[in-house]
Design a protein around this ligand. Structure first.
Ligand SMILES: O=C(O)CCC(=O)C(=O)O
Length: 377
């Protein structure tokens, strides 16, 4: 693309970011997690979440938790393979996860969109995003996603056992909620690629009992915050039905979907985003790093008996044994958190009420490749 076109695109993006930020701030779908004196979650957020398809819980993670997550994400980046095909890290030591079956590290060419407009992931990213020119000195690839993150980071494992967030999962998906998957998204400053507009759910749209919560939701915890420059964008209210993304792009005249808004978060805020909402992120041309810790949950009835989508794990029909096995990670996470934060009231996860999953160094090997059992629908 010529320099002149690139400059025009960037100035259109600047206007879009400014307008999107104003729209995002006007939605009012944000606030702290509130509990009554008996420890019951205040459900007032639900109406706003169900209207817009996403909600930002402010100030959920304290400084200590953020520091621990930051240290682990830093270690993940330095211990990851040094490039997509490498089996050593940047220091030449065997890279993290080499012995695993799962392919957990995802790469992207700087500022590119490798998935949009292709048939990858069941074709759920139908339109390619604009790809700004990469800086001349950019590396060939940058790390964009780490999957199965709970086996690589104890801080991520403990975050997964966060009692207040698990209470939110129960409020949305029922006490017997089931896992989806976990990932660390890393949007490198001036290099991070796009994630083309998509709805996550692929398999359950035609269920007779389909509703706005059928494909579950993701928590998106922000390490450094996020905004219109580097954040995820969501099309408010788009979670109620399957969207025609090519038509939306055509109506908008570009990948700058009209009416979409960015997730505006401070460090320690945790958003919830419906997996049916149209969402995506632009290439990160800003100077700001974004790290999002994703972990999602489903209704049990959405996954029980469902055929896996084959995107996150092998496509098989999910039975209750499979769901229980994958849910063990919730048990380990609750235990890991309780040991680290003994002053906190732990979450009691109903499906494991008669089990005792105790986290210790001795069980670390048990969670290797746990994400081969991700529940993707
Ligand atoms: O955080 C991002 O940029 C992309 C996240 C996303 O698309 C997802 O979680 O489905």
């Amino acid at each position: 693309m010529s320099n002149r076109l690139e400059t025009t695109n960037e100035s259109l993006m600047q206007a879009y970011r400014a307008a999107g930020t104003l729209r995002a701030k006007s939605l009012g779908n944000r606030g702290p997690l509130r509990f009554d004196p008996d420890g019951q979650l205040d459900l007032e957020f639900l109406e706003s979440y169900r209207t817009h398809g996403f909600y930002v819980f402010e100030n959920v993670l304290d400084q200590q938790e953020l520091k621990e997550l930051e240290a682990d994400v830093h270690r993940l980046q330095t211990r990851a393979p040094s490039s997509p095909k490498a089996d050593t890290d940047t220091s030449g030591a065997p890279a993290l996860g080499q012995h695993l079956k799962g392919k957990n590290f995802g790469w992207v060419a700087p500022l590119s969109d490798p998935v949009g407009g292709t048939l990858r992931n069941d074709g759920r990213h139908p339109v390619k995003m604009h790809e700004p020119a990469a800086p001349k000195d950019a590396p060939a690839h940058v790390l964009q996603i780490v999957l199965g993150s709970l086996q690589f980071s104890d801080a991520c494992l403990r975050l997964y056992g966060h009692p207040q967030l698990l209470a939110v999962a129960a409020a949305i998906n029922g006490d017997d909620f089931a896992p989806f998957n976990e990932a660390v998204w890393i949007k490198q400053p001036r290099l991070g690629g796009s994630v083309a507009w998509h709805q996550d759910g692929t398999t359950q749209w035609d269920r007779p009992d389909f509703d706005q919560d059928t494909h579950g939701f993701n928590f998106m915890a922000q390490l450094y915050g996020s905004d219109a420059d580097n954040g995820l964008w969501v099309l408010p209210g788009s979670h109620r039905a399957r969207a025609d993304i090519p038509a939306l792009v055509e109506e908008s005249g570009s990948d700058r979907l009209e009416a979409a808004v960015p997730l505006i978060c401070q460090p320690g805020d945790v958003a919830i985003c419906n997996r049916q909402a149209v969402h995506g992120s632009f290439a990160n041309t800003s100077d700001k790093l974004r790290v999002t810790l994703n972990f999602g949950f489903h209704r049990r009835e959405s996954v029980l008996g469902a055929q896996g989508n084959g995107i996150h794990s092998q496509s098989v029909a999910y039975d209750s044994a499979r769901i229980l096995k994958r849910s063990e990670m919730i048990g380990y996470a609750i235990s890991a958190r309780a040991q680290h934060r003994p002053e906190e009231q732990s979450f009691s996860y109903q499906p494991l009420a008669s089990h005792n999953f105790r986290w210790s160094e001795n069980v670390r090997d048990n969670i290797q490749d746990y994400n081969l059992l991700d529940l993707g629908i």
